[in-house]
Write a protein that binds this ligand. Structure first.
Ligand code: F6P
Ligand code: MG
Length: 440
């Protein structure tokens, strides 16, 4: 049997991976350097001269990184001693072992894009942790927070909708299903707001997303929402008293997208489709806008202190979900490693075992989709199950807008038709999927 197809890589000149490494990644590094500059006086106020020295050091490490990338230097091992340093360096050796002698060492414009892109974010983190006393500075924090503030109107709309729903939650089966489908779609389109695609340029949710759902439906290329409903409504019907239905959400971006995910999570509890939610976030700043525990707590606090009563009610309720253990936030270093998910059972067996306890797992966003499918040049019609390459901890569903050149599970001809009419359909975030893998 033939092995899996080749990885997406910047070695394919003109591909999205190539353009990302060539243009978008250096732009993100430049913005990161600029952010450090702008916080100079804050570092000084907090730490005196030491703060200024640290800022200089972090900037010089990031400039060096940008230069390595732009001149296609070999990927070098990580140097500091952090929890995941050894795993990273082993992975680097593994990448080296995949190369022919003539290729030399892993490099930015040669190695798999997934690997070099993750490596860039890990090196950004390295630059920061090597620069105490500013070693806990989240270089992307202000962008994430801005995205939240700029989406205020939509946040109010969503929180109001959710609180009104909660009052009338004794809906009949059909109404409940309709509302479930709505919160799912809100969470899908929330994924348009990722800041790494825009190179850190602001993109927030300004229009009323609730009114757009019908118009956006034609852009859902794979729609397994009915299967999600069947699975959860069946859990609800057959659940014995005191037993648990657990839904896990592997989070993606903070800001507006996180709100949409929390709305979904709250709805699952209040409708009793689930009784417990586990959230997984990132342990370090990642792909600009990804959620860390600080972002998660910060956003809930912001909501709680809002002037709008529905928004602040959401903050209060969500804090309560956390206090009572119905919502659990879980950290794991695996999510910021470069491995595809098919390696999880080997590299992070504890995490794999934890996911196996879920009744359903939602994987939010594009990067998770790339890791689910190994970020490879699959044919569009390959079944999702096959592209997962053995990763099946529990029934799972990718909720993702398309921002990278990988898509599987399409109907024959569907991908080709889209390519003919819209050459960039894979990377603009205009299209989305609910792609499910689980028992039929
Ligand atoms: O392609 C744009 C990009 O930066 C990809 O590198 C990455 O897959 C994606 O955006 C991140 O998007 P998301 O936040 O949806 O995972
Ligand atoms: Mg992201």
């Amino acid at each position: 049997m033939a092995g899996p197809p080749a990885s997406l890589s910047a070695r394919d000149v003109g591909s999205f991976a190539y353009l990302s490494v060539k243009d978008r990644s250096p732009q993100i590094l430049t913005k990161a350097i600029d952010t450090l500059h702008r916080h100079k006086s804050e570092f000084f106020e907090k730490h005196g001269e030491k703060g200024l020295e640290a800022e200089k050091k972090a900037i010089s490490l990031l400039s060096k990184l940008r230069n390595e990338l732009q001149t296609d230097k070999p990927i070098v091992p990580l140097v500091e001693k952090f929890v995941d340093t050894d795993i990273w360096n082993q992975y680097l050796e593994y990448q080296q072992s995949l190369l022919n002698e003539s290729d030399g060492k892993p490099r930015w414009f040669l190695s798999p894009w997934l690997f070099v892109e993750c490596y860039m974010y890990r090196r950004i983190h390295e630059a920061i942790i090597q620069s105490p006393p500013i070693d806990d500075f989240d270089i992307f924090k202000e962008l994430k927070d801005q995205n939240f503030f700029e989406s205020q109107e939509s946040v109010i709309t969503l929180c109001t909708h959710l609180q009104e729903l909660r009052k009338t939650i004794d809906l009949d089966e059909n109404q409940l299903k309709n509302e479930f489908l709505k919160v799912l779609q809100i969470s899908l389109w929330g994924n348009k707001c990722d800041l790494s695609l825009s190179g850190g340029e602001h993109i927030s949710q300004k229009t009323n997303i609730m009114n757009s759902l019908e118009d956006l439906k034609p852009f859902i290329l794979v729609n397994d929402m009915d299967r999600l409903w069947s699975l959860l409504s069946n859990c609800k019907k057959t659940r014995e008293e005191e037993s648990v239905t657990r839904v896990d959400i592997v989070l993606d971006n903070s800001g507006f997208e996180l709100i949409t995910d929390l709305v979904l999570a709250d709805f699952l509890l209040s409708s009793k489709l689930a009784t417990k939610i586990h959230f997984y976030g990132k342990t370090i700043p990642w792909f600009v806008s990804d959620t860390t525990i600080h972002d998660f707590n910060w956003i809930i606090k912001q909501l709680k202190h809002s002037n709008n009563k529905w928004v602040s009610q959401c903050g209060v309720d969500w804090e309560d979900h956390i206090k009572t253990g119905r919502w659990v936030y879980v950290d794991h270093v695996f999510w910021t490693l470069p491995h595809e998910f098919s390696a999880m059972s080997q590299v992070a067996p504890d995490l794999y075992a934890a996911l196996q306890k879920a009744h359903l797992i939602f994987f939010k966003g594009d990067l998770n989709y790339r890791k689910l499918t190994g970020d490879r040049r699959w044919e569009f019609t390959i079944p999702f199950h096959e592209a997962l390459s053995g990763f099946h901890p529990a029934p799972l569903c990718s909720i993702r807008t398309l921002k990278a050149e990988v898509q599987v599970g399409l109907q024959p001809g569907q991908g080709e038709q889209l390519t003919a009419s819209e050459p960039n359909w894979l990377t603009t975030g205009k299209y989305g999927v609910f792609q499910f893998d689980g028992p039929l």
